[in-house]
Design a protein around this ligand. Sequence first.
Ligand SMILES: [Cu+2]
Length: 137
Amino acid sequence: MKKIVWSLPLLVAIVGYAVVRSPVSSGSEAKASYADGHLLLDMSKEQTDARMMKDVSFRIRIRDAEGNPVQGAAAGLKVLLSMPGMFCGTVPAQVSETEPGVYTATGVPVMRGKWQAEAIYRTEDGAIRLLYPFKAE
Ligand SMILES: [Cu+2]
């Protein structure tokens, strides 16, 4: 019985944590982030508006637990643009390190509508996924 009493607050804490972790899907202000004991990642959109058939860029910042930039990680970072719920394909974004520990991913949304930029960062321990919803006008 004691076990159940103690595990309930823990469960609430875990669920609460998961909710905080999921990115807000409110247009251009959305910002995806991730943190564990070793890494801090955050993703933001470089420009306010995204336009159909025009480059849109995202910034992915990777830092270690001490806040130092994680450099030379472009090879492990993949960014894909896609439209949720549609089958119009996936657009890979071009990723390059533009500042120490800051990676810029640029791709072209090919249709007007709701898009998402998905960043997948592969580490020795697995993959970290960030999701950034945006709209192409
Ligand atoms: Cu589409």
